[in-house]
Design a protein around this ligand. Structure first.
Ligand SMILES: Cc1ncc(COP(=O)(O)O)c(C=O)c1O
Length: 326
């Protein structure tokens, strides 16, 4: 027996797309597509052609930024990383940096929201099902304004429980590039959830701590040093980079003795006084258990809390890092 499939016209497709969204409501507020040449606010219309190479070959990159109280936080640091990812991925930019920045800001303004998340992608474009970009393909640029990722309050009050993932870390070139190939990151998070835990941690082939699914990992040593893994084999987290600049203020408050970016052997990491996750969506959250063993006394620590405070303050008042939404 063969299934008889309907042949759909444009109206049928639109109805089906709306039906999908009705079944699965999303908080996506505005979407810019260079392929459409403008912004849509109906989530059913936030689509890409299937032959775009970002869809069927993963030849695309992305980055993020947050909207806080009507301002975009730290967009320029994220755009720098976006452009570096594009260069490594041999993706042509759709225009100048200023033009992309302007489109991101205008899409955020079109959403009418004062708090939320921004994600933007660059694809090598449509035109074939081959590997290399199709002849005449124009790069695709997409911007999504959405509610942002949210995490359980418990993560901040009680702390997270994590496991070392059984999945191998990406080789450095792919780990430092924010491409749309997140399969290892997805599998790591699913593995942790299946084990009743909150997330995973990658360890590299030399036994050094890497990062988590979409967050960096950092530590406070028993003698009070805020220690972060080097960025040569993990994503250069904009939040971590900023916190490394802000953290010395905690020395003055007697909370830490110093700041260090270095290779961190797993055994040293397990002996830490504090362990935390850092990223633009999670901000700073304590890890209290790793591979079933408590970190120090198994309670959220004061440095993690203080770093969270420094970041929140920077997001509201950071000089030169905030862009007013028109
Ligand atoms: C793999 C990975 N590591 C770390 C981070 C944290 O980076 P950021 O602070 O720029 O959000 C992210 C999130 O973008 C990520 O996807």
């Amino acid at each position: 027996m063969t299934t008889s499939l309907p042949l759909l016209n444009a109206d049928d497709v639109l109805e089906a797309l709306r039906g999908l969204r009705a079944k699965q409501p999303v908080k996506f507020w505005a979407f810019y597509s260079s392929q459409l040449g403008g912004v849509v606010t109906d989530p059913a219309l936030m689509v890409l052609p299937f032959d775009d190479h970002m869809v069927h070959r993963g030849h695309g990159i992305f980055d993020t930024a947050g909207i806080v109280g009507g301002k975009i936080y730290d967009l320029d640091a994220h755009l720098d990383r976006f452009i570096a990812s594009a260069e490594r991925s041999k993706l042509r930019l759709p225009g100048t940096r200023d033009q992309m920045r302007d489109i991101i800001i205008s899409t955020a303004a079109a959403s009418g929201k004062r708090d939320g998340g921004i994600r933007y992608w660059l694809s090598s474009g449509p035109g074939s099902l081959e590997l290399s970009p199709a002849a005449g393909a124009e790069p695709g640029f997409f911007v999504m304004i959405f509610a942002g990722l949210s995490y359980p309050e418990r993560w901040y009050t009680e702390g997270l429980r994590v496991m070392t993932t059984t999945y191998p870390i990406k080789p450095p070139l792919y780990a430092i590039t924010k491409s749309t190939n997140y399969l290892p990151n997805v599998l790591m998070q699913m593995e942790a959830k299946a084990a009743g835990l909150d997330n995973g941690v990658f360890i590299d082939a030399n036994g050094f701590v890497g990062e988590s699914s979409n967050m960096n990992v950092a530590f406070v040593t028993q003698d009070g040093v805020f220690r972060h893994p080097k960025f040569d084999h993990i994503l250069s987290g904009c939040t971590s980079k900023r916190l490394l600049e802000l953290a010395p203020a905690l020395q003055g408050r007697g909370l830490i003795r110093g700041v260090e970016v270095c290779d961190i052997p797993v055994a040293d990491a397990r002996a830490a006084r504090e362990m935390m996750l850092i990223g633009s969506s999670i901000k700073v959250a304590p890890i209290v258990e790793w591979d079933k063993a408590p970190i120090h006394d198994g309670k959220p620590g004061p440095v993690t809390r203080a770093l969270f405070g420094l970041l929140e303050e920077d997001m509201r008042s950071g000089r030169g890092r905030l862009i007013d939404l028109p």
